[in-house]
Write a protein that binds this ligand. Structure first.
Ligand SMILES: [Zn+2]
Length: 274
């Protein structure tokens, strides 16, 4: 596996996760978005991939646009998670039964048919930073906490617990005032040798690149989008989904819910037929 230097952030805690898959974030208010090419993102640092687009669809008087920023590399860590059960018949049957109404095909096309997901486990501890940045309020933390709810409600076997102790957290949410690129959030995660996701960081910007604050509704949508990445989802072309690279909706769609449920019905790792 190619290793490359991941981008670093000022945050020591998040820097621990540098060197992994980096996912996108959302940006909004007619800020041009990036496309979300996933091919090859596991191989090496790609640099920022940006593509200007113009659009005028509205949500909360805004156009939310997600940005894909695949800049970091992938690091696979050894972990003590058990190897997944891999029953080709069960995989085939699950795909046959549940792939309808999902965008799982897009996901696997972008990842060489590899599934990444958290193990079934006791709730994951999530730490949401209290930032000293200008413009940060406790409401920002509440928004992020609430953004987990619709994902939890899908019934996937992953729960979340919130902690004030970052050293005990598997998921770290931190804040940045803004990005220079057209991004307002990003998610990165570490996977192990089996494809289990074993750690993740979400970074959210308080303001857009031009300095305007990200409003609450947009922050909520962006946080939901990033949490979808956190769970192992990728972008889909259909903009009625929260996981569209252009985030135009505030809520999870049925396809978002069905796709994450299917991801968690499947084992991690390659799903190619042996
Ligand atoms: Zn994204």
């Amino acid at each position: 596996m190619t290793r490359a230097q991941g981008r670093t952030h000022g945050h020591g805690r998040v820097a621990r996760f540098v060197g992994l898959r980096t996912f996108a974030g959302a940006s909004l208010l007619l800020v041009a978005a990036c496309s979300g090419p996933r091919d090859g993102s596991r191989d090496a640092a790609k640099g920022s991939v940006a593509r200007d687009t113009s659009a005028d669809s509205a949500f909360a008087d805004s156009v939310l646009r997600a940005a894909e920023d695949i800049g970091a590399s992938v690091t696979e860590v050894e972990s003590v998670e058990p190897a997944p059960l891999r029953d080709p018949d069960a995989i085939r049957n699950a795909l046959r039964a549940y792939a309808g109404g999902t965008y799982i095909g897009e996901l696997f096309a972008a990842r060489d048919s590899t599934n990444y997901r958290w193990p079934d486990r006791a709730p994951l501890r999530v730490w949401i930073q209290r930032s000293a940045l200008d413009g940060f309020t406790e409401t920002h933390r509440t928004i992020v906490r609430d953004a987990f709810d619709p994902w939890i409600a899908t019934g996937i076997p992953v729960g979340f617990d919130f902690t004030d102790d970052s050293s005990r957290a598997r998921v770290l949410v931190t804040w940045i005032d803004r990005y220079e690129s057209r991004t307002t959030g990003r998610t990165r995660w570490v996977h192990d040798q089996h494809g289990w996701i074993v750690g993740a960081g979400i970074e959210l910007a308080l303001a857009q690149p031009d300095g305007r604050p990200v409003d609450g509704a947009s922050m909520q949508a962006i946080a939901r989008h990033e949490i979808g990445h956190l769970l192992g989802l990728d972008h889909t072309a259909d903009e009625s989904n929260i996981m569209s690279a252009n985030v135009r909706v505030p809520e999870l769609s049925e396809a978002d819910r069905n796709t994450v449920r299917l991801v968690y019905k499947l084992p991690p790792g390659s799903l190619r037929a042996p």
